[in-house]
Design a protein around this ligand. Sequence first.
Ligand code: ADE
Length: 234
Amino acid sequence: MWIDVIAVLPEMFSSAFEYGVIGRARKKGLFTLQVHNLRDFTEDRHRQIDDAPYGGGPGMVLKPEPIFAAVRSLLRGWTKDREKVVLLTPQGKRLDQQLLVELSVLEHLILICGRYEGVDERVREQLVDEEVSIGDYVLSGGEIPAMVIVDGVVRLLEGVVGSRESLIEESFQKGLLDYPQYTRPYDFEGIKVPDILLKGDHQRVKEWREKKARERTAQLRPDLLEKWEGSRKR
Ligand code: ADE
């Protein structure tokens, strides 16, 4: 997979993907990430990327020309099932595991990071395939949301996370929260590991984990449990 990011503050990405699972995947060439400075696509002397909003009001708006120039230079002209342009904005579709899975099957993903008060509407209308928000809160720019997407998408790529099983087992992939996990020591400050996990009865461990995952989801995220039960009935 090839990911291009268009950012006002590309420096923010410099060390974000050098470490851990994602860093290793990048070194192994399992994906390519290129971060582009929006200012490099300006043509004026001042390298201006923003301007005051028509009609007045506070703040600045990202100008259309540099964003159009950047995206046009990066697009390969493939079909939408292989290549997508995504704008990070609080107005977008809320990111969830399902959306990450959909993005992870693309061959080419272009992420545009918004900043300031907004982005010229013509970018949204003419250039962008999907607007994505990472949650109902406002950050100072789309750079961190773009990092969230890169991390979430890359770990779904073949060969990045050790076993496919650990991905499939994962809470949000299945629609339930995780079951409780324990490791050594058996007794930590008087709190012991549940005995069922020590007996080597895989079937009973599986049942216990399912029960715990359901209990925890019911308690903390009843909305998820409802969705999960609905999907099991179909
Ligand atoms: N830019 C600012 N806030 C954002 C959010 N919550 N999601 C995506 N992009 C953003």
